[in-house]
Design a binder for this molecule. Structure first.
Ligand code: CA
Ligand code: CA
Length: 579
């Protein structure tokens, strides 16, 4: 009798643990409202990166100090751009070279690690980084530099399923965190500099089986898949031949390399798309849909409901991949995006209608503004890089100076939104480039740019600036400048604080209303990842990954030289208020 009772109790305990451990769609949809865990990239699929926690304030933040730190170890360091996930006593965090770790969230003790075996021929454009994982049911799922998806058991780290996204030898890779939306696992592709075809794919997160695929280059066929995996046509994206000349759409780029956001209120997933391929815009007369756009996809059908193109016929590598962060304004759901091209856009999240657009950087050469009626930029034609066939020798087009540089007014580092201050906090950079076009033909697995460039500083002053942006007035309410370009993301809290990291190694916090810096901590290497916060048994804890790298040291020209003293690393830091 006693043994039976014990066994019943054990069964009940296991059942309740199991129920707690399984991550459901409802838990992910409500992630922003449950501060005891972090189940999505963006602290909520809407991507606001805002926490309702208010234990840490400007008054007590002087007591914020490390609880533990963990090294990714090995000889492999390089850029660390991941957002940690927190669930059921574990932290899941990805690292450079397609590695993932499960740590005891209380102590930092390593529970397991998985190192993906990478082939020699991978072609990541912008460092061997990874931006994080997705959680679903009992799985943790991440993407790899050789364009694969790996799902592991959260408890053991055992591989449950593995699927190939595409052929790495054709330039495909994937580094963004997967997105869970409406019971599906949504991923994109990286490889916009290799003439890949951008798309969004939906899979069954439990098995990896494909459900639908939606190309974001106009002219390509979308598909859905039945229970047996049979491919069924699901409508062409756009109108073939309309916005692309000749066959260029076949290798049109528009890589969806930064992943997406999702708002359960609209049922739409929002993916940003990268540059059209190749970079030389004179070869591709037309808008080149859906490159450099926000594309809203109905997750139930896999169809494009609306698109808004930030940079039609892009000639500057102004990838439009930046996150579309939804927020409420009265009864309306809006979405905001701080684009690489230097403009901040606000669109209706249901229809795509442009509501507002204004610059969030100070120097902008390629357009004088965005026409709010037509939604199109007012171009400065003489500041578009020249046609190489019209150059003196037919080999090099006119060199132009452009600001922002292709590294962007903002790049991969996610901004945050505070429903309390109603401000967006944008990690911005002020820099320019010399850029010119050259002849190019597509060759599988080779860089497909047709352009040359040098990144330039705009003077001796600071390059980075964390800016509090009012989406209504278009005003920069405050800013905190930074010598090196900002490359990490932002977090806001109901404690009226904004957290962000710098390449100089600091995790900083400022008053969300005034921008006064109230705390900083030196992590020992550059921070190029977004901080997170959660409720750890009644205490507010903060974490960030540290490890300098990413695109700047590789492609940054004069800026890379300016910051070449920065050291690489690979650490997770966790903080709490000391008594
Ligand atoms: Ca949560
Ligand atoms: Ca690009």
């Amino acid at each position: 009798m006693r043994a039976r009772l014990l066994s019943l109790l054990v069964t009940a305990a296991v059942a309740s643990l199991g129920a707690q451990a399984a991550v459901t769609d409802a838990m992910i949809d409500n992630d922003a409202k449950t501060p005891a865990d972090i189940l999505s990239n963006g602290l909520g699929p809407q991507g606001q990166r805002h926490s309702s926690l208010k234990q840490i304030t400007r008054e007590n933040i002087g007591r914020l100090a490390p609880v533990w730190a963990f090294s990714f170890g090995g000889e492999k360091q390089r850029g660390q751009e991941a957002q940690p996930m927190i669930h059921d006593g574990r932290m899941f965090v990805t690292a450079s070279y397609s590695r993932i770790y499960a740590l005891d969230v209380k102590t930092g003790k390593r529970l397991w690690k998985y190192e993906h075996r990478l082939p020699d021929g991978i072609m990541p454009c912008c460092d061997v980084i990874n931006r994080g994982a997705a959680l679903y049911d009992n799985l943790v799922i991440f993407c790899t530099l050789d364009a694969q998806l790996v799902a592991l058991d959260q408890k053991t780290g055992d591989v449950v399923w593995k699927e190939k996204i595409d052929d790495y030898s054709a330039g495909y890779s994937y580094t963004a965190a997967p997105l869970i939306a409406g019971g599906l696992l949504l991923t994109g592709v990286s490889g916009g500099e290799f003439g890949v075809v951008g798309r969004v794919e939906a899979r069954n997160p439990r098995t990896g089986e494909m459900v639908w695929s939606r190309p974001v280059v106009e002219g390509h066929m979308g598909y859905r898949y039945d229970k047996d995996g049979k491919q069924i046509e699901n409508g062409v994206s756009g109108t073939p031949g309309k916005s692309w000349p000749g066959d260029l759409w076949k290798t049109g780029g528009a890589a969806t390399w930064l992943g997406g956001t999702y708002d359960p209120k609209t049922g739409l997933a929002y993916f940003g798309t990268g540059n059209p391929s190749p970079w030389n815009s004179h070869l591709r007369k037309g808008d080149n849909l859906y490159s450099c756009s926000t594309v809203a996809i109905d997750v139930k059908t896999g169809k494009i409901v609306w698109h808004y193109q930030n940079t039609p016929n892009d000639g500057w590598d102004f990838d439009g991949v930046n996150e579309f962060v939804t927020f409420e304004d009265g009864g309306r759901v809006l979405g905001a995006k701080a684009d690489r091209n230097g403009f901040f856009y606000v669109n209706d999240a249901k229809t795509g209608q442009l509501v507002n657009a204004f610059p969030f950087v100070k120097k902008l050469t390629w357009a004088t503004g965005i026409d709010l009626k037509t939604g199109r930029p007012n171009y400065v034609p003489e500041n578009r890089p020249g046609d190489p066939t019209k150059g003196a020798d037919g080999k090099k087009g006119e060199v132009v100076f452009s600001a922002p540089s292709f590294l962007g007014g903002k790049n991969q580092m996610p901004m945050a939104y505070s429903p309390e201050t109603k401000l967006f906090y944008v990690p911005a950079n002020e820099w320019g480039m010399e850029i010119w076009n050259e002849p190019i033909t597509y060759k599988k697995g080779a860089a497909y740019l047709g352009a040359g460039f040098t990144i330039k500083t705009l003077g001796d002053g600071p390059i980075g600036s964390l800016r509090a942006v009012d989406p209504k007035s278009g005003k920069i309410v405050w800013e905190v400048s930074n010598d090196a370009p900002l490359w990490g993301g932002v977090l806001t809290t109901a404690g009226n604080l904004v957290f962000w990291g710098t390449p100089e190694g600091y995790l900083k916090a400022a008053d969300a209303k005034t921008g006064e810096v109230v705390w900083q901590f030196q992590t020992g290497s550059g921070v190029v990842a977004p901080p997170v916060t959660w409720d750890q048994n009644g205490e507010q804890w903060v974490a960030v990954v540290s490890g300098w790298g990413g695109a700047v040291p590789l492609w940054g020209g004069d800026v890379a030289k300016k910051v070449n003293y920065l050291e690489q690393g690979g650490m997770v830091w966790v903080f709490r208020l000391m008594k």
